[in-house]
Design a protein around this ligand. Structure first.
Ligand code: ZN
Length: 327
């Protein structure tokens, strides 16, 4: 690529995760002058990638690649490969000859939410707190319009979390409206709001929720111009090469602006917290009922949630193949 001799017929292809830090000399005409951006696969892409990985596995007739692709937004190619692998492992553990849709469903939860830790010892009191916390998230999400539907609520520990409420988007989003972000913050704070309302105390369980809610609120003010401060961006970020993590924030605004930013961030968070508390206190009976069912069943899906909200009885609990005693 020195430009002194012609290398006709030679095509050089290269890949990077950090196009932003490439030396401009590399990108001059005649060098790497064409860029193909490869984003995460969309629903069609996921279906095709799934087909490739399923070729190596014996899959039952009932497995529908379209359904799996639709239920895995945000999955990368590697995630999909992992999904097929986990499904095959699970089927093998149960002694099945073919991988079925149930195995894919199990694998999806495992890849999305981490492995279940059924052996972890949890006290009754902790279980009750977790149930109310997760019920809080779920109920706020269900009651706010325009939010992603609830996929699963569980109080079986997974990864580092004691419980999880999983939402699954219906379609792929490329931009997020302000209303959607505010609702997301309210949902994140729904767990803490439920603790405050019912248990009249706080636990450390909401730490991660609070961090994410504050972070989102900060981005709304500082990056996306979604506060009364107007369409301005505050603070330049220096990112560490290769890791893509924020290393340092350059303060490019005055002390007074800093104070206003803090106020705006605080106002967004506390308004969203009030929304969450209002929804939960208006639906307190449902919150109690939802938590009781969670303590009893440990996992609820979207149909269960609908039934509880409309006051219908839940179907009899069926024993799953791997229901081990929980301590
Ligand atoms: Zn939470």
């Amino acid at each position: 690529m020195d430009g002194f001799e012609s290398n006709e017929g030679v095509i050089l292809v290269s890949a990077t995760n950090r196009p932003d830090v490439l030396d401009p000399a590399l990108l001059r005409p005649g060098r790497f002058d064409r860029q193909v951006i490869v984003p995460l696969p969309d629903v069609k892409g996921r279906e095709k990638i799934l087909e490739v990985h399923m070729r190596k596995t014996i899959v039952s007739q009932d497995v529908d690649g379209k359904v799996i692709a639709r239920g895995t937004p945000g999955f990368s190619g590697a995630d999909i490969e992992n999904l097929v692998n986990e499904a095959a492992l699970y089927a093998a553990r149960l002694g099945k000859e073919k991988v079925t849709m149930v195995d894919f469903e199990y694998a999806k939860d495992k890849v999305m939410m981490g492995a279940e830790r059924k052996s972890m010892v949890i006290s009754e009191q902790e279980k009750r707190i977790t149930a109310y916390h997760e019920a809080g998230h779920a109920l706020v999400a269900r009651m706010l319009p325009g939010t992603d539907p609830i996929h699963k609520i569980t109080i079986i520990p997974r990864g580092r979390a004691l419980g999880l409420t999983q939402q699954l988007p219906i379609d792929e989003k490329h931009t997020y409206p302000r209303r959607f972000l505010l609702n997301s913050i309210s949902i994140l704070l729904g767990g803490r709001a439920a603790e405050e309302l019912v248990l009249e105390d706080f636990t450390t369980g909401a730490g991660n929720d609070i961090e994410r809610a504050t972070d989102l609120s900060r981005k709304m003010v500082c990056d996306w111009g979604m506060s009364p401060m107007g369409p301005m961006s505050f603070g330049k970020k220096e990112e560490q090469i290769f890791l893509g993590r924020e290393l340092a924030m350059h303060k490019d605004y005055s002390e007074e602006t800093a104070r206003r930013i803090d106020t705006e961030i605080g106002q967004i968070v506390s308004a969203c917290y009030d929304t969450a508390k209002k929804i939960l206190s208006e639906n307190l009976q449902i919150l109690h009922h939802l938590s009781e069912e969670l303590i009893k069943r440990e996992v609820l899906n979207s149909e269960d949630l609908d039934a509880i909200i409309s006051g219908r009885a839940l179907p009899e609990q069926e024993k799953t193949e791997d229901s081990e005693p929980i301590h």
